[in-house]
Write a protein that binds this ligand. Sequence first.
Ligand code: ADP
Ligand code: MG
Length: 290
Amino acid sequence: STPAAIAAGLAAGARRGLLIKGGAVLETLRLVGLVALDKTGTLTEGKPKVTDIVAFEGDEAALLGRAAALEAGSTHPLASAVLAEAQARGIEPAPVRDAGAASGEGVSGTVDGAALFLGSPKAAMARASLSAEQQAAIERLNDDGKTVAVLLADGAAQGLIAMRDEPRADAAEGLASLAQAGIRTLMLTGDNERTARAIGRDLGIEVRAGLMPADKQRIVGEQKASGLKVAKVGDGINDAPALATADVGIAMGGGTDVALETADAAVLHGRVGDVAAMIALSRATMRNIH
Ligand code: ADP
Ligand code: MG
């Protein structure tokens, strides 16, 4: 019977780490025409490593110490990179007051009486002015596929921390499987245009960059309005609203608790190709019913 076939489909998925929250989701998956994916932690490993530290004021250790202080309370992958580098250099994060995060932009707080901000160049330039030379340094790092965080203190640029996050081993192949199944793919990222294009070129995927969480949600909504069934794949860090708006929200890998709660499905092994496998499973299950 139909309920039995759906139950069998859900069980077959679960055995392969494809967690699908119910029959309605399994039925919708076969209709998906566009898969939108987050970059950091979804198409990439999500384990960026610090590659360059550029101090405009003071030394590298002081810059890293202040950055680490701001990142101590953040769950963002870039925060882990900064904290790991500080630890590797034996730098203790300073105590921070009024710690906060601006989703898709960066983190802030007060350290030693100075009001600090650490985040994307775009967000930094909305809060302070950067010289042409400083902006050129950022662009050179971006063209190497690196993400740059800018540290500001009392509205003045202190320096840069560059990080690189490699694509997941199976990402290009997984995207090719989706294309073979006739499904369009789109990268949605809060990262800057240059870095995102460098990664997008390697993976062969269309890119929309420089997005705020609300922009990702809006784009998912626009694609739905154009008549496509849209799946959104992400780790939930800064993209929970877009996950919730999609016809099918898919949490990647372990993801965050918020992603697992918001999502309709999860790909437990963190393989991009498993999203294609999930859609194939839905098509096969529904073929047996109709
Ligand atoms: P993505 O869409 O690639 O997952 P996010 O929306 O999570 O990117 O973040 C967008 C940008 O905001 C990052 O590329 C980074 O420049 C900045 N950012 C966000 N959170 C942090 C943080 N905790 N530390 C430093 N930079 C951050
Ligand atoms: Mg993110």
